[in-house]
Design a protein around this ligand. Structure first.
Ligand SMILES: NC(=O)c1ccc[n+]([C@@H]2O[C@H](COP(=O)([O-])OP(=O)(O)OC[C@H]3O[C@@H](n4cnc5c(N)ncnc54)[C@H](OP(=O)(O)O)[C@@H]3O)[C@@H](O)[C@H]2O)c1
Length: 254
């Protein structure tokens, strides 16, 4: 699969990435229909199948239920060549999200993610914003903590998964990568994506299909080819429990 540079990090990643939410959690979601979680065996087979499709970027988070633990199981002998992205700032317990954007919570969260993922480092660590982007980013100590995690080799790159264009813009001061919602029905981040491209900050797109509410043919034609900022997008991180549908998403790249 085609690769693109992830900003200035020196890391290249596949233009289609996989969001591993659905292997771990099926409550509190915005998908058009409900679904059963795959069994452990099915989840491991799916993870290996995604890598065999040529997808090397896998995105997870502590708030994605069993996702990190299942990725840890599947990748313990296949970690090389896989770019693992996880997050700090949000936990999901007893059916509810809890946010904590303090340095101590960040350190503890990453330690726990590394244990569940059975690895000594991740490739990308993103701040999982609750929408209060500017408040989170105003805390200099928090950003220093992220930079020191990178310095310590616990993550190769750091970034921000925010909800507002202003938040993404502010995060470019220190972020290697931004994770941004962008699709034909929400183009509010278009200028920020162009700015990130000019500054060589990596751009990962979340909810490219508006969590399954858009036609993949139309949304991916736009994001891969027709969007004025298509060249600035490093990778689309699409969620799916189906190898067949992810293969179709990859085929639309051609
Ligand atoms: N705040 C954050 O940081 C944040 C927020 C949201 C998402 N994310 C990341 O972005 C990833 C993607 O977001 P998302 O899952 O909400 O939205 P999405 O990628 O826009 O949509 C996923 C949905 O689209 C369906 N789908 C995928 N390919 C398809 C195809 N070819 N044909 C028909 N349906 C298809 C999937 O269903 P099937 O399973 O049936 O294929 C799934 O329900 C997440 O997994 C996560 O890693 C991050």
């Amino acid at each position: 699969m085609d690769q693109r540079p992830l900003g200035k990090t020196g890391i290249n990643c596949s233009r289609l990435g996989w969001g591993a939410f659905k292997i771990g959690r099926n409550t509190g979601t915005k998908f058009p229909s409900s679904y059963d979680l795959p069994s452990e065996e099915e989840a491991v087979r799916l993870i290996h199948g995604m890598i065999d499709l040529g997808i090397d970027l896998i995105d997870t988070a502590p708030s994605y239920g069993l996702s990190e633990e299942r990725l840890g199981m599947a990748l313990k002998d296949r970690r090389d060549g896989v770019l693992l992205s996880t997050k700090i700032g949000e936990q999901f317990q007893d059916g509810e999200s809890h946010h904590d954007f303090t340095s101590s919570a960040a350190v503890k969260s990453l330690q726990e993610s590394l244990r569940r993922l059975q690895t000594d480092h991740v490739d990308l660590l993103l701040v999982h914003s609750d929408g209060h982007d500017q408040e989170i980013l105003a805390d200099e100590e928090y950003i220093e903590t992220l930079l020191s995690m990178k310095e310590a080799g616990l993550t190769r790159a750091i970034g921000f998964s925010g909800k507002t264009p202003d938040g993404s813009r502010s995060a470019m001061d220190w972020a290697d990568v931004l994770m941004i919602e962008y699709h034909p029905e929400d183009r509010s981040h278009e200028e920020v994506i162009a700015e990130a491209g000019r500054k060589q900050v990596g751009v990962l797109i979340k909810k490219a299909l508006r969590s399954g509410h858009l036609s993949p043919d139309e949304a991916l034609q736009f994001l891969y080819h027709d969007s004025p900022v298509a060249d600035h997008i490093t990778s689309l991180v699409i969620g799916s429990l189906s190898l067949k549908r992810m293969r179709a998403n990859a085929d639309l790249l051609m």
